[in-house]
Write a protein that binds this ligand. Sequence first.
Ligand code: NAD
Ligand code: DAU
Length: 340
Amino acid sequence: MTMKNILVTGGAGFIGSNFIRMVLTEHPDCFVVNLDKLTYAGNLENLAEFHHHDRYQFVHGDICDSPLAVKFLLDQCQIDTIVNFAAESHVDRSITGPKIFIETNVAGTLNLLEAARDKKVDRFLQVSTDEVYGSLGSEGKFTEQTPLSPNSPYSASKAAADHLVRAFGHTWGLKYNITRCSNNYGPYQFPEKLIPLMIHNALHDKELPVYGDGMQVRDWLYVYDHCTAIWCVLDQAPPGEIYNIGGCNEKANLDVINLILGRVGKPTTLIRHVKDRPGHDRRYAIDAGKIMRQLGWKPSVTFEQGIARTIDWYLSNGKWLANVASGQYQQYYEKMYGNR
Ligand code: NAD
Ligand code: DAU
């Protein structure tokens, strides 16, 4: 494969930092520029070991800055590939404050697209989500042909961005791909999302807040496997193709929580059912047949292996967890869960 100068946006977040770690470790021909605004979810500690790496550069910036600013960066660093992870990513936050989701996820993506079109980059990869398809009943899976039917302000903003990416391909010939992945878990995930929040609370003997009946189903994918799937798309996919990514690991939330409690040795009496999320999607399940057949991708771990690795990582990275769960996080937790 040819040398790639990759602009990764949102690379200080959960998946972006895991992606940069994989690229710098496994792909010695690649140079990575990480453009990140460092919101509450962005954390340079996630990439501490790479700060002085000779194939890595961090740029503190906002994808909502003018396309000219982004274009300057693309020119200066001779970027040929853009992977757009930057987003507001938490459904609950999109319910309490949707506006920033439109600004970052829609207007920010538009800025990047304008710069990418003008620079004529080799590839623009939009990291999207299975939530753009809406919610499933007890049967069936999302395929790439499933109509978009987003239910939350978060997923609506991601669907809008997907439409814009496709429109730039159709109108100006931008070479793009879109990936739509199911729920990720693994190291460096901010403890506002289900798995790290439950691990954090269990370790501190705090109640575990289960929304509604806890029987909502998510299709879990270990974050490293999401990163290898994105790499397969960058490396092999024809432009204009959309790929679903998932691990065939459908689990009810309560089953995941019980598994965590068992592994950290805490009692199920910590579980507390709380008021449900408004508009809560009941079930997601991904048909990842297209990326498996066409690009030969497959996940490297089972859910049991991945969750064991994940819990062990949080157990041995208590300082990381304590740092991100201090200060503003406490206020967030009180606001979201205090009166629930
Ligand atoms: P995250 O919230 O952990 O990280 C988001 C990153 O984007 C942070 O580093 C943040 O500082 C940065 N960012 C936010 N606004 C920015 C802006 N205006 N300019 C530059 N940087 C900005 O998110 P994540 O869980 O790592 O998700 C990454 C991407 O993957 C998102 O686009 C999300 O929609 C998508 N996705 C996530 C999952 C999942 O399970 N977490 C699954 C499928 C798809
Ligand atoms: O499907 C992909 C999506 O997965 C990504 O696009 C999103 O960025 C990511 O946040 C995630 O969305 P979910 O809403 O599925 O993830 P979350 O971890 O917030 O919740 C998972 C399930 O757990 C969901 O059914 C809600 C429930 N839940 C969550 C939290 C935080 C609880 O019961 N209690 C909680 O405290």
